[in-house]
Design a protein around this ligand. Structure first.
Ligand code: G4P
Length: 530
């Protein structure tokens, strides 16, 4: 197969949802269709079991298991599908944000009864910022849920999407009979008392065909016809370009648990989802079909096992072929590195691979060379953009608890931040270090790892910060900016990259600051137009 064919058959995507909407179940069903696993329940996903949330070692153990499942690859209709798994636990949301920099499209799973939930809103917002093509899958149709039109409204309003249903439910919950597939123009009916099995699909180019009554009964047929008429009237027609540009989102209905609507989703996904897309670097746009290899690190997984303390850096290949035992330039370090055992991922296994193509993910064993966002090339000095930081939710001072080990502590903090475990802010006023995290759990993880991997001890001190806002101004020499810096001195810090950050103690303080210093811009992510 030629290089271009290899690229065009790859589909690299992520599934995002609020915890419990069904991401794990859907992932597993997709793998079943792809023949990558033989039975349900085989995937040990990144999902962290309920009840284990206070036990971070258990979480780390489960995360350990999930290294291999961070990327799940399988073949379907000749396409090589790479699913990038994202942690369901909200305390690891930052991991998910970063993984979204490596996908070419996403599937958003929504629970039919719960509708759009908080985590989904945040994740979809990130996808919208990057114009990532999205397909929405409304799950758990076997349960009583919200009315389909109400849900579509909610998706449009809360997520800011423009939807086009490509399937539509026939009844719901107790009355759920099946789904009309607008994309393939067929009907899939539930059969069997317990709604576990499905019949073959019935081709139905025209729902006005009176045979519809024979299949679903007069009442359901009438309702379906009415509803479809409304769908065609109200929603825009599917448009490949609009979907690829991230301005139109197809919606499917189904039940992952009952295997319903999943094949339809996968078939449509394979038809429409984009192949690896070009990626913007600070210097230029890099296209997948370029001859020279480029890639970037979007995730680093540290091994918690003291006997194998290496790390695995996950690299998304943007262009060219990645080859084993070939020296590549680590742009940040300006150093050539060679990898003798790059891992590729297939189904649930990882194995050493000789060549990988754009869209693929390789796992590189690392002894501390990599940090999130690093670029690898064949020699060209480019830096890929787009691994933003978001304001953490929790902030604490970190103090050294063993003065003899301050060097170890600093090294440990540095490396853990490179891995993206948390964010570090250094106060302008006195150089004190503040650790910001998405969830309280990370503090335990950091403390444990500093002690066990670096021999350093730390304590924390609470700090009242509501949000970290990245600061920019068009005129750094203005009196207004000088005054802002003087008045807010106590609240100003630098992030790891030396960017100025305002640690606001309340949303009121953000508002007041914005009013008082209109030329000082406050941003809620570290990536913004200067
Ligand atoms: P997540 O990864 O998004 O967190 O969700 P997950 O797939 O683990 O699903 C959450 C719960 O919802 C699971 O039940 C799962 O069985 C159930 N579920 C998923 N899809 C459907 C569906 O289509 N219909 C119905 N009725 N339920 C569905 P659980 O009891 O929390 O876990 P488990 O013990 O079944 O694993």
């Amino acid at each position: 197969m030629s290089f271009l064919e290899e690229i065009s058959r790859r589909r690299t995507f992520g599934i995002i949802s609020h915890p419990d909407a069904g991401k794990t179940t859907l992932t597993e069903k997709l793998l079943l269709f792809g023949g990558a696993i033989q039975e349900a329940g085989a995937v040990k996903s990144n999902k962290i079991k309920k009840g284990a949330t206070s036990d971070f070692m258990e979480i780390e153990r489960q995360r350990g298991i999930s290294v291999a499942t961070s990327v799940l690859a399988f073949l379907y209709r000749d396409k090589k599908i790479n699913i990038l798994d994202t942690p369901g636990h909200k305390d690891f949301a930052e991991d998910t944000f970063r993984t979204l920099t490596a996908v070419d499209s996403v599937i958003v799973v929504i629970d039919v009864a719960k509708g759009v939930e908080e985590q989904t809103e945040k994740l979809v917002q990130v996808c919208r910022m990057r114009n990532i093509p999205m397909i929405v899958f409304i799950n758990k149709l076997d349960r009583e849920g919200k009315d389909a039109f109400d849900l579509l409204d909610e998706v449009e309003q809360k997520l800011g999407l423009t939807v086009t249903p490509l399937s539509f439910p026939i009844g719901m919950g107790y009355d759920f009979k099946g789904i009309y597939n607008i994309w393939e123009k067929n009907i899939n009916l539930f059969s069997g008392e317990n709604k576990q099995t499905t019949s073959d699909s019935i081709q139905f180019d025209d729902v006005n065909n009176p045979e519809l009554e024979d299949h679903i009964g007069a009442e359901a047929a009438a309702t379906l016809r009415e509803e479809l008429e409304l769908v065609y009237e109200v929603y825009p027609k599917f448009d490949q370009e609009a979907y690829a540009a991230g301005t139109l989102q197809p919606v499917f209905f189904g039940s992952a648990l009952n295997n319903f609507g999943v094949r339809e989703l996968l078939d449509c996904f394979v038809d429409i989802a984009p192949q690896p897309r070009p990626k913007q670097s600070e210097e230029r746009l890099v296209k997948p079909d370029e001859k020279n290899f480029t890639g970037f690190v979007f995730k680093i997984h540290a091994n918690m096992d003291p006997k194998h303390r290496d790390r695995l850096a996950f690299v998304k290949i943007v262009s060219g072929e990645f080859k084993r035992n070939t020296p590549y330039l680590h742009v940040g370090l300006n150093k050539k590195l060679k990898f003798s055992s790059p891992n590729a991922f297939f189904a649930e296994k990882k194995e050493i691979v000789d060549v990988s193509y754009p869209g693929d993910i390789v796992g590189l064993h690392d002894t501390g060379n990599f940090k999130i966002g690093d670029t690898l090339t064949e020699g060209e000095k480019i830096n890929f953009k787009g691994i933003p930081s978001f304001s953490p939710e929790h902030f604490r001072y970190i103090n050294n608890a063993d003065p003899m080990k301050s060097k170890q502590l600093n090294k440990g903090i540095d490396q853990l931040m490179d891995e993206g475990v948390a964010q570090l802010f250094t106060l302008e006023l006195n150089g004190r270090k503040i650790i910001g995290t998405v969830g309280a759990l990370q503090y335990e993880v950091i403390q444990y790892r500093l002690e066990h991997e670096y021999g350093a001890k730390c304590t924390y001190e609470n700090l009242n910060v509501h949000k970290a806002c990245w600061v920019s101004t068009e005129d750094p020499k203005s009196d207004e900016f000088a005054e802002f810096k003087r008045v807010k001195q106590k609240f100003l810090a630098k992030d790891k990259h030396g960017q100025l950050v305002f640690l606001a103690d309340s949303s009121f303080s953000i508002q007041m600051t914005q009013q008082k210093y209109p030329n000082v811009k406050l941003h809620f992510t570290s990536e913004f137009e200067q």
